[in-house]
Design a protein around this ligand. Sequence first.
Ligand SMILES: Cc1cc2nc3c(=O)[nH]c(=O)nc-3n(C[C@H](O)[C@H](O)[C@H](O)COP(=O)(O)OP(=O)(O)OC[C@H]3O[C@@H](n4cnc5c(N)ncnc54)[C@H](O)[C@@H]3O)c2cc1C
Length: 567
Amino acid sequence: MSSQRATLENPDETTAAGDTVRKALYEKLVALVGEGHVLMQEDDRQKHSKTTLPYSKACALILYPSTALEVQGIIKLANEYRWPVWPFSRGNNWGYGTKNALKENAIILVLERMNRIIEVNESLAYAVIEPGVSQKQLNDYLKENKINLWLDCTDSTPNGSILGNAIERGYGYTPYGDHFGHLCGLEVVLPNGGLLKTGGEHSSAKTWNTHKWGSGPYVEGLFSQSNLGVVVKGGVWLMPKPEDFRLFTFEVRSDDRLPEVINALRELSLAGTIQCHTHMVNDFQMLSLLGPYPYDKRDGKTHLSDAALGEFRKKFRIPRWSLVGGLYGAPDVLKMNRKKLKKRLCGLGDIDFFDDKKISAAKKFADFHAKSKEGSVSRIVASLLKPFISLKPIKLIQLIPDIHDILKGVPNESILASAYFKSSSRPPESNLNPAEDGCGIMWLAPTLPATGEAAEELLKLVKPIYESHGFEFSGCFTIINPRTFFLLMGIFFDQKDHEEKARALNLYHELNRAVKSGGFPQYRLGLPAMENFMENENEIHDLLARIKKAADPNGILAPGRYIASTA
Ligand SMILES: Cc1cc2nc3c(=O)[nH]c(=O)nc-3n(C[C@H](O)[C@H](O)[C@H](O)COP(=O)(O)OP(=O)(O)OC[C@H]3O[C@@H](n4cnc5c(N)ncnc54)[C@H](O)[C@@H]3O)c2cc1C
């Protein structure tokens, strides 16, 4: 290694030597992927380093390869120059780190140009795609080609990557909402530049996209939440379009019924009545969906009092906890499951079902309501339609058709708008980008056994921590599987308020420590939690570090991402 080189050990491009090396590397990368696909200008680096975290890490340059071969070339160059490379599919990981590396001055690899839909197999219900394929792109493709398969989407951006989200083990809503669980067959560029195809000993297996385990040790897991490869192609199982579908909403009557509701959801899930990944948000997270943060109601404090929150619950007629889910299947199965849901949940709160007709009434109501300022006819039609939908305020009624779409795998930006909750600007009409638009949001997602007792224990652990740091508790219980839920906790903050930013980061670290020591491991991690992730996990840490050392001796691929380089 030349002493003139800025290296992983000394990646300081602010030195003259570092800058010279970066420029030499730049020339080689331009030759590899083309000039327009390597960004090194200061303003580009700034723009692409923006996150929704309270801090960001500036990158050295941003690369947009278009083939696996180019990715292999980049990895080989990174090894030659000992320069860290962090791969992203489309880089919309808002709330967890966006396109940031753990340390400054990494190469950021964005695979959005690798956006080919290679195959859709309707009879076996899967697609083979590249990492740049977005949720919108695959959904549009299925609709345009009249393919009777549904995607499962997140409620994040339609521009989000299907593979990127699945590799990170993200979640959606439908029965196919466990995204890594529905990934089957990967092609991966290894840290030495080699290309690996999973599927056991038979790389030509005809079951590559239909049988997850292959033969021999199952290795796909090594490339999920890790730093052992760059995924360049993958198979994704899709859901055959169900004969019938219903959205259902459920409002928990009071806070003290929550443990019973958690138990009921587990039972309904274990019995197969609920097959989807229901989401149940608390009042504050619901408020973030309805408009800007009410700064004027803080009464000089750093957060809303329970009384102020109570006023909002009254104003918007929202309960402490609100749940959405979907029923999928044949009409007679749906009818039976509707009855079972009602029977089990009715004593605990209010349940409502929405079919296509009711959704269309909600849409019409929202349209007429929007126009009602223009004339009395619209006002009259809106008031006539309202009783057919519910007694909910307009803001909630406007949301329901978009949630209905998400539960059918049609992505939209309605929920994503909540990332602008504490921002001084309102979300744009379309193409929301919370990081570039200066929003402050961080997520933590501890998992828990699906019992009311565990839910109570977790809430008792985390709510006082929010309180002591001067923030409102924001939570959403989601079914991972019938035996496990996660509690998605949001920390909303104002990027322009330096004191609040510091407090938000302290809150994050304390919550992270508390859920870890309390036995509630997170289902995925944000960057701030990766700094000391494997601290006390000696055997696992040791094994993974040894695998990392063998696969990536120069430590160039996403160093510190879930797996440390040293035991
Ligand atoms: C309001 C809001 C709502 C959200 N809702 C959801 C939700 O419903 N479900 C959900 O899961 N998330 C949600 N998110 C979080 C996030 O926006 C999504 O997870 C999003 O899909 C991540 O961005 P992406 O798809 O572009 O993936 P990327 O950012 O490209 O990838 C995610 C991570 O995986 C790794 N990675 C990506 N591609 C590769 C690759 N090819 N090889 C190796 N490693 C790779 C990267 O390290 C990256 O950090 C939400 C965020 C906000 C702010």
